[in-house]
Design a protein around this ligand. Structure first.
Ligand SMILES: *[C@@H]1O[C@H](CO)[C@@H](O)[C@H](O)[C@H]1NC(C)=O
Length: 227
């Protein structure tokens, strides 16, 4: 009568293996919570080290300050303030306040590890994302007013722009504690060391001097002598 049990066990193991292939980011937590603690001496884990559950308090799941406007006085006229909540470690969620000056924008970018839902609180935002090659680079875009929400799927190029005359405020909720951020402009024109300008000129059908100019915009701190 041992066989059925072994078979059952094998099925469980197979199921466990199969699910490890599908949940390849922000894995399902194996505990109620794992409040992050700074830990210097240890090996890297996928997330942060957990606080002793007996020491966890309500404050570990709390943050405030998302009522405070961020400083948008920068080239792109926007500011992102992600809520810093130790208790969201391993839970696969995150939230941020995004401020926009008139004309301000979050430029074309990718969140490699999360989809994002944006909720407009104030102002008038033009938001959108572009599908991949498989779906013919289709632009999906909307003008959002207070109370409107829009979803940006994981891994696709997206942008948010204030097209109103006033400041705008939005809340971005993401499906990862660490969604990641890849600015297309910074990655392409601001990499360190830089991508060969001849390659960028050909890839983007640009004059090489425009590529050099873009490098100055995207890596202003770099000392660009000649390349
Ligand atoms: C993409 O374009 C191809 C070729 O025109 C077409 O067959 C296909 O249906 C399109 N796919 C989508 C998702 O639009």
């Amino acid at each position: 009568m041992k066989y059925p049990f072994q078979c059952f066990l094998a099925k469980i193991i197979l199921l466990a293996l199969a699910s490890s292939f599908v949940s390849c980011y922000d894995p399902s937590p194996l505990q109620d919570y794992c409040v992050a603690v700074p830990e210097k001496n240890g090996v890297f884990v996928n997330g942060e080290f957990c606080k002793d559950p007996k020491l966890v308090t309500s404050d570990d799941f709390f943050a405030s300050g998302l009522n405070i406007p961020g400083n948008t006085n920068k080239r792109l006229g926007s500011f992102v303030n992600p809520a810093n909540i130790p208790g969201l470690n391993t839970l696969g969620v995150g939230i941020a306040r995004i401020d926009f000056a008139p004309g301000g924008l979050i430029p074309p970018h990718i969140h490699p590890r999360a989809s994002e839902i944006i909720l407009v609180i104030k102002g008038k935002l033009l938001v959108g994302f572009v599908s991949s090659n498989d779906y013919n680079y289709t632009l999906f875009s909307k003008i959002l007013y207070p109370g409107d929400v829009f979803v940006h799927p994981i891994g696709l190029v997206q942008f948010h722009a204030n097209i109103g005359k006033t400041n705008a405020v939005a809340i971005g909720a993401v499906g990862s504690q660490n969604p990641g951020y890849i600015s297309v402009g910074d990655a392409v024109f601001g990499s360190k060391p830089p991508i060969d300008p001849k390659i960028l000129a050909k890839a983007f059908a640009l004059d090489i001097n425009i590529v050099r100019y873009l490098r100055k915009v995207f890596s202003p701190q770099d000392d660009i002598v000649n390349d």
